[in-house]
Design a protein around this ligand. Structure first.
Ligand code: HEC
Length: 316
Protein backbone atom coordinates (compact mmCIF):
# COMPACT_ATOMS: atom_id res chain seq x y z
CA UNK A 1 0.00 0.00 0.00
CA UNK A 2 2.69 2.47 1.04
CA UNK A 3 4.68 1.78 -2.06
CA UNK A 4 1.69 2.46 -4.33
CA UNK A 5 1.10 5.77 -2.57
CA UNK A 6 4.66 6.78 -3.11
CA UNK A 7 4.45 5.94 -6.80
CA UNK A 8 1.35 8.08 -7.21
CA UNK A 9 3.06 11.00 -5.52
CA UNK A 10 6.15 10.66 -7.65
CA UNK A 11 3.88 10.67 -10.67
CA UNK A 12 2.06 13.82 -9.54
CA UNK A 13 5.22 15.68 -8.77
CA UNK A 14 6.97 14.70 -11.99
CA UNK A 15 3.93 15.49 -14.09
CA UNK A 16 3.35 18.91 -12.58
CA UNK A 17 7.02 19.69 -12.91
CA UNK A 18 7.00 18.84 -16.61
CA UNK A 19 3.69 20.51 -17.48
CA UNK A 20 3.31 23.45 -15.23
CA UNK A 21 6.56 25.33 -15.12
CA UNK A 22 5.86 28.27 -17.37
CA UNK A 23 3.79 31.21 -16.19
CA UNK A 24 0.71 32.31 -18.11
CA UNK A 25 1.21 35.61 -19.95
CA UNK A 26 -1.45 38.26 -20.73
CA UNK A 27 -1.24 37.02 -24.30
CA UNK A 28 -2.13 33.48 -23.20
CA UNK A 29 -5.17 34.89 -21.50
CA UNK A 30 -6.17 36.75 -24.62
CA UNK A 31 -5.83 33.62 -26.74
CA UNK A 32 -7.98 31.62 -24.31
CA UNK A 33 -10.63 34.33 -24.17
CA UNK A 34 -10.76 34.43 -27.95
CA UNK A 35 -11.00 30.65 -28.26
CA UNK A 36 -13.81 30.66 -25.71
CA UNK A 37 -15.65 33.34 -27.65
CA UNK A 38 -15.24 31.41 -30.90
CA UNK A 39 -16.11 28.13 -29.16
CA UNK A 40 -12.96 26.57 -30.57
CA UNK A 41 -12.22 23.99 -27.91
CA UNK A 42 -10.20 21.50 -29.90
CA UNK A 43 -6.69 22.95 -29.79
CA UNK A 44 -4.86 19.68 -30.41
CA UNK A 45 -3.79 20.75 -33.92
CA UNK A 46 -2.22 24.07 -32.89
CA UNK A 47 0.80 24.01 -30.60
CA UNK A 48 0.63 27.74 -29.88
CA UNK A 49 -3.00 27.60 -28.76
CA UNK A 50 -2.39 24.39 -26.87
CA UNK A 51 0.50 25.93 -24.95
CA UNK A 52 -1.50 29.07 -24.16
CA UNK A 53 -4.45 27.01 -22.92
CA UNK A 54 -2.23 24.79 -20.77
CA UNK A 55 -0.42 27.71 -19.15
CA UNK A 56 -3.57 29.70 -18.60
CA UNK A 57 -5.55 26.79 -17.13
CA UNK A 58 -2.61 25.97 -14.88
CA UNK A 59 -2.70 29.55 -13.60
CA UNK A 60 -6.39 29.15 -12.82
CA UNK A 61 -5.96 26.26 -10.38
CA UNK A 62 -8.06 26.90 -7.31
CA UNK A 63 -10.06 29.61 -9.13
CA UNK A 64 -13.74 29.46 -9.85
CA UNK A 65 -13.69 28.75 -13.58
CA UNK A 66 -10.91 26.17 -13.42
CA UNK A 67 -12.94 22.98 -13.88
CA UNK A 68 -14.99 24.42 -16.69
CA UNK A 69 -11.81 25.29 -18.59
CA UNK A 70 -10.30 21.85 -18.02
CA UNK A 71 -13.50 20.31 -19.28
CA UNK A 72 -14.04 22.55 -22.29
CA UNK A 73 -10.52 22.27 -23.63
CA UNK A 74 -10.03 18.67 -22.40
CA UNK A 75 -6.76 19.69 -20.78
CA UNK A 76 -4.98 16.37 -20.28
CA UNK A 77 -2.06 18.11 -18.56
CA UNK A 78 -4.36 18.78 -15.58
CA UNK A 79 -5.11 15.10 -14.93
CA UNK A 80 -2.45 14.81 -12.21
CA UNK A 81 -3.91 17.89 -10.50
CA UNK A 82 -7.41 16.36 -10.58
CA UNK A 83 -6.07 13.17 -9.04
CA UNK A 84 -4.16 15.17 -6.47
CA UNK A 85 -7.32 17.03 -5.43
CA UNK A 86 -9.19 13.76 -4.93
CA UNK A 87 -6.31 12.18 -3.04
CA UNK A 88 -5.78 15.20 -0.77
CA UNK A 89 -9.36 15.60 0.40
CA UNK A 90 -12.00 13.33 -1.13
CA UNK A 91 -14.74 15.05 0.88
CA UNK A 92 -14.21 18.44 -0.76
CA UNK A 93 -16.46 19.88 -3.43
CA UNK A 94 -13.52 20.08 -5.84
CA UNK A 95 -13.06 16.33 -5.53
CA UNK A 96 -16.59 15.58 -6.68
CA UNK A 97 -15.91 17.61 -9.81
CA UNK A 98 -12.49 16.07 -10.28
CA UNK A 99 -13.90 12.55 -10.15
CA UNK A 100 -16.46 13.42 -12.80
CA UNK A 101 -13.83 14.89 -15.08
CA UNK A 102 -11.51 11.94 -14.57
CA UNK A 103 -14.29 9.65 -15.76
CA UNK A 104 -14.93 11.98 -18.65
CA UNK A 105 -11.30 11.63 -19.66
CA UNK A 106 -11.48 7.83 -19.36
CA UNK A 107 -9.15 7.79 -16.34
CA UNK A 108 -10.90 4.90 -14.55
CA UNK A 109 -7.58 3.15 -14.17
CA UNK A 110 -6.00 6.03 -12.23
CA UNK A 111 -9.05 6.26 -9.96
CA UNK A 112 -8.94 2.54 -9.41
CA UNK A 113 -5.27 2.79 -8.43
CA UNK A 114 -6.05 5.68 -6.13
CA UNK A 115 -8.85 3.71 -4.43
CA UNK A 116 -6.47 0.83 -3.95
CA UNK A 117 -3.68 2.98 -2.56
CA UNK A 118 -5.80 5.09 -0.19
CA UNK A 119 -6.56 4.51 3.46
CA UNK A 120 -9.89 2.85 4.13
CA UNK A 121 -11.58 6.10 5.12
CA UNK A 122 -10.38 7.94 2.02
CA UNK A 123 -11.22 5.02 -0.24
CA UNK A 124 -14.78 5.02 1.11
CA UNK A 125 -15.14 8.74 0.46
CA UNK A 126 -13.77 8.35 -3.08
CA UNK A 127 -16.08 5.38 -3.69
CA UNK A 128 -19.03 7.55 -2.61
CA UNK A 129 -18.08 10.21 -5.18
CA UNK A 130 -17.83 7.57 -7.89
CA UNK A 131 -21.20 6.09 -6.93
CA UNK A 132 -22.87 9.47 -7.56
CA UNK A 133 -22.06 9.20 -11.25
CA UNK A 134 -24.42 6.24 -11.72
CA UNK A 135 -22.91 5.35 -15.08
CA UNK A 136 -22.20 1.75 -16.10
CA UNK A 137 -18.45 2.52 -16.07
CA UNK A 138 -18.68 3.89 -12.52
CA UNK A 139 -20.63 0.86 -11.35
CA UNK A 140 -18.12 -1.49 -12.90
CA UNK A 141 -15.24 0.25 -11.15
CA UNK A 142 -17.01 0.10 -7.79
CA UNK A 143 -17.96 -3.55 -8.19
CA UNK A 144 -14.33 -4.34 -8.86
CA UNK A 145 -13.19 -2.31 -5.89
CA UNK A 146 -15.70 -4.10 -3.64
CA UNK A 147 -14.65 -7.49 -4.89
CA UNK A 148 -11.02 -6.69 -4.10
CA UNK A 149 -11.86 -5.59 -0.57
CA UNK A 150 -13.06 -7.90 2.13
CA UNK A 151 -16.61 -6.63 2.79
CA UNK A 152 -16.28 -7.45 6.50
CA UNK A 153 -13.43 -4.97 6.71
CA UNK A 154 -15.13 -2.04 5.00
CA UNK A 155 -17.93 -1.75 7.58
CA UNK A 156 -16.98 0.62 10.39
CA UNK A 157 -16.34 -0.57 13.90
CA UNK A 158 -19.61 0.79 15.20
CA UNK A 159 -22.73 -0.98 13.98
CA UNK A 160 -24.39 0.89 11.12
CA UNK A 161 -27.80 2.47 11.58
CA UNK A 162 -30.22 -0.07 10.12
CA UNK A 163 -33.62 1.55 10.73
CA UNK A 164 -35.81 -1.11 9.23
CA UNK A 165 -39.06 -0.38 11.09
CA UNK A 166 -41.13 2.78 11.73
CA UNK A 167 -40.45 2.23 15.46
CA UNK A 168 -36.70 2.51 14.81
CA UNK A 169 -37.29 5.82 13.08
CA UNK A 170 -39.49 7.11 15.93
CA UNK A 171 -36.86 6.17 18.48
CA UNK A 172 -34.17 8.07 16.60
CA UNK A 173 -36.47 11.02 15.90
CA UNK A 174 -36.83 11.44 19.66
CA UNK A 175 -33.08 11.46 20.29
CA UNK A 176 -31.02 14.60 20.59
CA UNK A 177 -27.69 14.78 18.81
CA UNK A 178 -24.73 17.08 18.55
CA UNK A 179 -25.20 19.50 15.61
CA UNK A 180 -21.50 20.31 15.35
CA UNK A 181 -20.64 16.66 14.87
CA UNK A 182 -23.61 16.42 12.53
CA UNK A 183 -22.10 19.11 10.36
CA UNK A 184 -19.04 16.93 9.84
CA UNK A 185 -21.26 13.99 8.87
CA UNK A 186 -23.03 16.29 6.41
CA UNK A 187 -19.75 17.33 4.92
CA UNK A 188 -18.84 13.74 4.34
CA UNK A 189 -22.06 12.34 2.88
CA UNK A 190 -24.27 15.17 1.66
CA UNK A 191 -22.10 18.09 0.53
CA UNK A 192 -21.83 16.93 -3.10
CA UNK A 193 -25.53 17.44 -3.70
CA UNK A 194 -27.04 19.89 -1.25
CA UNK A 195 -26.38 23.39 0.00
CA UNK A 196 -26.81 23.97 3.72
CA UNK A 197 -25.97 27.55 4.58
CA UNK A 198 -22.57 28.03 2.97
CA UNK A 199 -21.72 24.36 2.79
CA UNK A 200 -22.10 22.16 -0.26
CA UNK A 201 -23.00 22.13 -3.92
CA UNK A 202 -26.25 23.14 -5.55
CA UNK A 203 -27.62 19.98 -7.14
CA UNK A 204 -30.54 18.59 -5.13
CA UNK A 205 -32.97 20.74 -3.15
CA UNK A 206 -31.36 23.37 -0.92
CA UNK A 207 -31.41 22.44 2.75
CA UNK A 208 -30.61 25.81 4.32
CA UNK A 209 -34.12 26.03 5.82
CA UNK A 210 -34.98 22.34 5.92
CA UNK A 211 -35.45 22.51 9.71
CA UNK A 212 -38.53 24.69 9.12
CA UNK A 213 -39.92 22.30 6.53
CA UNK A 214 -39.43 18.79 7.87
CA UNK A 215 -39.62 17.39 11.42
CA UNK A 216 -36.91 14.97 12.51
CA UNK A 217 -38.93 11.87 11.63
CA UNK A 218 -39.34 13.07 8.04
CA UNK A 219 -35.70 14.11 7.78
CA UNK A 220 -34.82 10.56 8.75
CA UNK A 221 -37.22 9.14 6.18
CA UNK A 222 -35.77 11.39 3.48
CA UNK A 223 -32.33 9.95 4.23
CA UNK A 224 -33.32 6.32 4.74
CA UNK A 225 -35.87 6.05 1.92
CA UNK A 226 -35.01 8.64 -0.73
CA UNK A 227 -37.15 6.77 -3.25
CA UNK A 228 -40.35 7.13 -1.23
CA UNK A 229 -41.18 10.62 -2.50
CA UNK A 230 -39.12 12.21 -5.24
CA UNK A 231 -39.45 15.99 -5.50
CA UNK A 232 -40.94 16.95 -8.86
CA UNK A 233 -38.17 19.29 -10.01
CA UNK A 234 -35.47 16.79 -9.17
CA UNK A 235 -36.37 13.71 -11.14
CA UNK A 236 -33.43 11.93 -12.71
CA UNK A 237 -32.96 11.06 -16.36
CA UNK A 238 -30.41 8.95 -18.15
CA UNK A 239 -29.28 10.00 -21.60
CA UNK A 240 -27.39 7.80 -24.00
CA UNK A 241 -25.74 9.42 -27.00
CA UNK A 242 -25.31 7.91 -30.44
CA UNK A 243 -21.58 7.66 -29.89
CA UNK A 244 -22.20 5.59 -26.75
CA UNK A 245 -21.60 7.95 -23.83
CA UNK A 246 -23.96 7.84 -20.93
CA UNK A 247 -25.10 10.66 -18.64
CA UNK A 248 -27.33 10.68 -15.60
CA UNK A 249 -28.74 13.70 -13.79
CA UNK A 250 -31.32 16.44 -13.78
CA UNK A 251 -32.24 17.56 -17.28
CA UNK A 252 -33.26 20.94 -18.61
CA UNK A 253 -34.10 21.50 -22.22
CA UNK A 254 -33.87 24.20 -24.86
CA UNK A 255 -34.75 24.03 -28.55
CA UNK A 256 -31.61 22.29 -29.72
CA UNK A 257 -29.93 20.84 -26.68
CA UNK A 258 -30.30 19.25 -23.28
CA UNK A 259 -28.30 20.21 -20.22
CA UNK A 260 -27.68 17.39 -17.77
CA UNK A 261 -26.76 18.58 -14.29
CA UNK A 262 -24.93 15.99 -12.24
CA UNK A 263 -24.13 15.46 -8.59
CA UNK A 264 -21.12 17.52 -7.65
CA UNK A 265 -22.37 20.44 -9.73
CA UNK A 266 -20.96 19.63 -13.17
CA UNK A 267 -23.17 20.13 -16.23
CA UNK A 268 -23.00 18.56 -19.63
CA UNK A 269 -24.68 19.97 -22.73
CA UNK A 270 -25.83 17.46 -25.34
CA UNK A 271 -27.16 18.32 -28.79
CA UNK A 272 -30.57 16.82 -29.36
CA UNK A 273 -29.42 15.39 -32.66
CA UNK A 274 -26.71 13.40 -30.81
CA UNK A 275 -29.13 11.63 -28.48
CA UNK A 276 -29.88 7.94 -28.96
CA UNK A 277 -32.26 7.54 -26.02
CA UNK A 278 -33.46 9.24 -22.87
CA UNK A 279 -35.07 7.43 -19.98
CA UNK A 280 -36.61 8.69 -16.78
CA UNK A 281 -35.04 7.05 -13.75
CA UNK A 282 -37.36 5.23 -11.40
CA UNK A 283 -35.08 5.80 -8.43
CA UNK A 284 -34.14 9.08 -6.81
CA UNK A 285 -30.83 10.69 -7.74
CA UNK A 286 -30.17 10.64 -4.02
CA UNK A 287 -28.46 7.33 -3.29
CA UNK A 288 -30.22 4.83 -1.09
CA UNK A 289 -28.37 3.42 1.89
CA UNK A 290 -26.23 6.45 2.80
CA UNK A 291 -27.23 5.83 6.44
CA UNK A 292 -25.73 2.35 6.27
CA UNK A 293 -22.30 3.92 5.95
CA UNK A 294 -22.70 5.82 9.24
CA UNK A 295 -23.23 4.81 12.84
CA UNK A 296 -26.51 5.44 14.62
CA UNK A 297 -24.85 8.28 16.56
CA UNK A 298 -23.66 9.88 13.33
CA UNK A 299 -27.18 9.75 11.96
CA UNK A 300 -28.68 11.33 15.10
CA UNK A 301 -26.05 14.09 14.96
CA UNK A 302 -26.73 14.66 11.26
CA UNK A 303 -30.47 14.99 11.82
CA UNK A 304 -29.82 17.39 14.70
CA UNK A 305 -27.68 19.52 12.40
CA UNK A 306 -30.41 19.53 9.72
CA UNK A 307 -33.16 20.32 12.18
CA UNK A 308 -31.40 23.49 13.34
CA UNK A 309 -31.10 24.78 9.77
CA UNK A 310 -33.81 27.41 9.86
CA UNK A 311 -34.69 30.72 8.35
CA UNK A 312 -32.83 33.39 10.28
CA UNK A 313 -35.21 35.29 12.48
CA UNK A 314 -35.05 39.02 11.85
CA UNK A 315 -34.59 40.72 15.17
CA UNK A 316 -37.09 43.52 15.86
C1 HEC B 1 -25.96 12.21 -5.19
C2 HEC B 1 -26.69 13.34 -4.73
C3 HEC B 1 -27.27 13.35 -3.33
C4 HEC B 1 -26.65 13.04 -2.13
C5 HEC B 1 -25.23 12.53 -1.92
C6 HEC B 1 -27.60 13.33 -1.11
N1 HEC B 1 -28.76 13.79 -1.67
FE1 HEC B 1 -30.44 14.37 -0.66
N2 HEC B 1 -31.42 14.62 -2.41
C7 HEC B 1 -30.85 14.55 -3.67
C8 HEC B 1 -31.87 14.82 -4.67
C9 HEC B 1 -31.64 14.84 -6.18
C10 HEC B 1 -33.06 15.06 -3.98
C11 HEC B 1 -34.41 15.40 -4.61
C12 HEC B 1 -35.04 14.17 -5.18
C13 HEC B 1 -35.75 13.40 -4.14
O1 HEC B 1 -36.61 13.98 -3.46
O2 HEC B 1 -35.45 12.20 -4.00
C14 HEC B 1 -32.75 14.94 -2.55
C15 HEC B 1 -33.67 15.15 -1.52
C16 HEC B 1 -33.31 15.28 -0.17
C17 HEC B 1 -34.21 15.72 0.89
C18 HEC B 1 -35.65 16.17 0.73
C19 HEC B 1 -35.64 17.67 0.55
C20 HEC B 1 -36.98 18.33 0.50
O3 HEC B 1 -36.99 19.57 0.37
O4 HEC B 1 -37.99 17.63 0.58
C21 HEC B 1 -33.48 15.72 2.06
C22 HEC B 1 -33.95 16.11 3.42
C23 HEC B 1 -32.15 15.25 1.70
N3 HEC B 1 -32.08 15.00 0.36
C24 HEC B 1 -31.13 15.11 2.63
C25 HEC B 1 -29.89 14.56 2.33
C26 HEC B 1 -28.88 14.26 3.34
C27 HEC B 1 -29.01 14.52 4.82
C28 HEC B 1 -27.84 13.69 2.66
C29 HEC B 1 -26.57 13.14 3.25
C30 HEC B 1 -26.72 12.04 4.18
C31 HEC B 1 -28.17 13.66 1.25
N4 HEC B 1 -29.42 14.20 1.09
C32 HEC B 1 -27.34 13.18 0.24
C33 HEC B 1 -29.54 14.23 -3.94
C34 HEC B 1 -28.61 13.81 -3.02
Amino acid sequence: MRYERLLIFVFFTAASWICGKEEATPKDRLIVETLLRLERFDVSGNEKWKGAVQRYVYSQRGQEGYFELVEKFSVQAELPELLRLVETDPTSAQSAKSVQLLFRFGEQKSLSNLLFASTEEKANAIAALISFLKTPQAEKLLARHKALNDPAKTVGKEAPALLSTPQDIDALANSTGNPTKGKAVYQKFCFACHIAGELGIDFGPGLSEIGDKLPKSELLLAIVKPNAGISFDYEGWTIETKEGSFWAGIVSESDHELTVRMAGGVSQKIKKTDIASRTKMKASLMPEGLHLAMSENDLVDLVEFLSVLKKKKVLP
